[in-house]
Design a protein. Structure first.
Length: 341
């Protein structure tokens, strides 16, 4: 098996899209987005007799607490070769360690797209990885909805309250607008900042969100859903359409209009759009389970009300490369406790 850099978008995407689990966080466009925000990116693959059998997207993240190499929801390994999975992962780990030393980073961080079980955890432990102190880099517990059923079945299987609120939003005159125009992106961001103040979390910059939308826009893989009520946009969501899934990636709403259930109608229309695009799964992204005091508790209840099921991936894994990693561990653990995660 050989590791080679991949520079051809079609080769990368053709391989990724064979794996139903693969998310947009390992797509070519996610790599482009990170490059456009100033990060260094590597795309490499493992070849067995010239056949591509696994890929890994690597991002060098520059943070005040120290730089590190990050693998978002990967590596992606060809299905049906589980007997080679351990060898492939070890080969990637060796490559990452060598690259990390060359780039002089403090540690390597991987958010695996592997089921959370002891066998998968043991693979990482055997290679000196440890559970990251951070609560997560990307969602590890997600809520998924099978949208291969017809619309009537999907609607019927929702929580009764959700069905009623979707109907009520329509009766209240809420209109859903779908596009990627910058006018609507700016409006989303203004609502996002109001949501940030209300829930006290760290916001993304406007340039960050704009770069993300632009990275997926040309391939028609993203859309902004805006809820208009009495000539004013009162809530908004950014949905990424990739592989066989639609991802609810960003959402925001104005507290002044919290009695108008526009967010429920936005997601219902996003589900309907995903079906039109022949997607199989609507991915509501991160949730928490049975933690009433967690900052995401209310949002998790909102997502679950649409029906679906839970899927949990292995917790984020770190491989320390220098003593500076201890500083990162302490800072992240402090933030985790402070924020109630």
């Amino acid at each position: 098996m050989q590791i080679k850099e991949i520079t051809n978008k079609s080769q990368w995407e053709d391989f990724i899209l064979q794996n139903k689990e693969a998310s947009f966080l390992h797509s070519w466009n996610w790599g482009e987005f990170n490059k456009n925000t100033g990060e260094k990116v590597w795309r490499v693959g493992i070849f067995d007799n010239e056949k591509l059998i696994a890929v890994i997207l690597i991002i060098k993240v520059k943070a005040r607490r120290g730089s590190f190499l990050f693998v978002p929801q990967g590596p992606i390994i060809e299905s049906g070769i589980l007997n080679l999975e351990f060898r492939i992962l070890r080969k990637f780990f060796y490559f990452l360690k060598r690259l990390g030393e060359e780039e002089k980073v403090g540690f390597i961080r991987i958010s695996p797209i592997l089921e959370n079980n002891n066998n998968n955890l043991e693979i990482f432990k055997s290679c000196k990885f440890k559970n990251a102190s951070i609560h997560m880099m990307h969602p590890e517990m997600t809520w998924l909805l099978d949208i291969t059923k017809n619309e009537k079945e999907i609607f019927k299987e929702m929580r009764k309250t959700h069905r009623n609120l979707i109907r009520r939003a329509g009766k209240d005159g809420v209109e859903i607008i779908q596009n990627t125009d910058e006018e609507y992106l700016k409006t989303f961001y203004n609502i996002h900042m109001e949501t940030v103040k209300r829930h006290k979390f760290t916001p993304f910059s406007y340039d960050y969100i704009k770069s993300e939308v632009e990275a997926f826009k040309n391939d028609n893989q993203v859309s902004i859903f805006s809820a208009k009520y009495k000539d004013k946009i009162i809530s908004s969501a950014i949905i990424v359409f990739y592989n066989n899934q639609a991802f609810y990636h960003h959402g925001a709403s104005l507290s002044k209009y919290n009695k108008i259930p526009s967010s429920y109608l936005i997601l219902w229309e996003a589900i309907r759009e995903a079906k039109k695009r022949n997607k199989k799964i609507f991915n509501f992204y991160g949730i928490v389970e049975n933690k009433s005091k967690h900052p995401w508790s209310g949002l998790s209840k909102f997502k679950k009300g649409f029906g679906g099921y839970q899927k949990e991936f292995l917790h984020c894994q770190d491989l320390p490369l220098s003593k500076k990693y201890l500083i990162t561990w302490l800072i992240e653990m402090g933030r985790k406790i402070k924020r109630g995660y």
